[in-house]
Ligand binder design. Structure first.
Ligand code: SF4
Ligand code: SF4
Length: 326
């Protein structure tokens, strides 16, 4: 395969280390500038009966709210129709295992491809039935409800809460924040059961999902922050890189083949023990995919090129641009 070769050629290895460090500083400064104008329009799919967007309420982890969803509510299953659910990498892994099918087959049967609107990056959304996609979720049974309940997607677990990792102005790292959405059709808000956000997250089992998906969320948030400049450091992300991102974040089996059957391991320096674990550990493989993509998209030092590959690339760059490489 030649895809990772192309990625290597895209890296700024025609600079000295000092120039490279300066450039990273400058990129970071520009990204911070972009983040100041960041408008996270993450709620536009949620609308009230009058068609206006529902304003979510931002809440802290210790805040409480009244809510309960159970078979006795009058709106049972209403929210599982025409739902706009982006599947996270860990959702796809868990659901494929639940159904004992390969991720590629899962993607084909139960998802539709989409671009994540904030970041212009490819994602998979859960398929809804009906020509217009307004019908029932493919996993919904009118009587029993969700047929994949133990492995339902994290967005379904969180509802009516949402979580976003946002890097606030001036902050060093991303902060998690939560929001509560009250849609007209959801009668769960009229129930008396009261839980804090923290208790609700535990009850719904979202913590392993947040942990496993963190690298993916960080990539999407960073791409969102760069969007106003057209892409990372003002550079448009090539379609091929977007395809690699989709593969690494949706199909662990294909990504594993890529890692072990292409020249990937000849180019990147990965601890031999980790290499052995990657043969069978899907969660570690997902993390490798996120680290690789952070390196490809943002030049983050999340994965290392082998020294000989680096030397070759620098020599090649010097040949092509003798004045630029000192
Ligand atoms: S996966 Fe389950 S909970 Fe989520 S929309 Fe489908 S049926 Fe509803
Ligand atoms: S609309 Fe609300 S209360 Fe009704 S089934 Fe969905 S989550 Fe539960």
């Amino acid at each position: 395969m030649s895809d990772d070769k192309n990625n290597i050629e895209e890296e700024p290895q025609d600079k000295t280390m000092l120039e490279h460090a300066k450039r990273l500083d400058e990129e970071d400064r520009q990204r911070r500038e972009a983040e100041r104008d960041m408008d996270m329009d993450i709620f536009d799919g949620v609308r009230a009966s009058d068609g206006n967007p529902v304003q979510p309420v931002k809440i802290k982890e210790s805040d409480s709210f009244c809510f309960s969803c159970h078979k006795g509510v009058s709106c049972w299953n209403v929210c599982c129709h025409g739902a706009d659910i982006t599947l996270t990498p860990f959702d796809i892994l868990r659901l494929s295992k639940h159904l004992t099918i390969k991720p590629a087959e899962f993607l084909k049967l139960f998802t539709v491809p989409a671009m994540w609107h904030g970041a212009d990056m490819p994602v998979a959304k859960l398929r809804m039935s009906g020509k217009d996609g307004k019908g029932a979720c493919v996993f919904m049974d009118e009587e029993e409800g969700c047929t994949v309940y133990e492995d339902r997607p994290v967005n379904c677990r969180y509802y009516p809460l949402g979580m976003a990792a946002v890097k606030m102005k001036g902050a060093e790292g991303p902060d998690d924040f939560f929001f509560l959405v009250k849609e007209d059709h959801c009668k769960g808000h009229e129930e008396s059961k009261e839980l804090s956000v923290s208790e609700f997250r535990k009850e719904q089992g979202v913590e392993p999902y947040d942990e496993q998906n963190r690298g993916w969320v960080e990539i999407l948030m960073k791409m969102s922050s760069w969007k106003v400049m057209g892409g990372p450091n003002g550079t448009v992300v090539p379609d091929k890189t977007k395809q690699m991102f989709f593969m690494a974040t949706t199909d662990v089996e294909m990504f594993r083949r890529f890692v072990f059957e292409s020249t990937f391991l000849q180019k990147y320096l990965i601890d031999p023990e980790l290499v052995e674990e990657l043969r069978t550990d899907d969660e570690l493989l997902l993390k490798l995919g996120f680290d690789w993509m952070k390196n490809v998209l943002f030049n983050e030092p999340t994965i290392k090129l082998r020294q000989e590959v680096l030397n070759d690339a620098i020599a090649r760059a010097r040949e092509q641009n003798p004045r630029g490489a000192s």
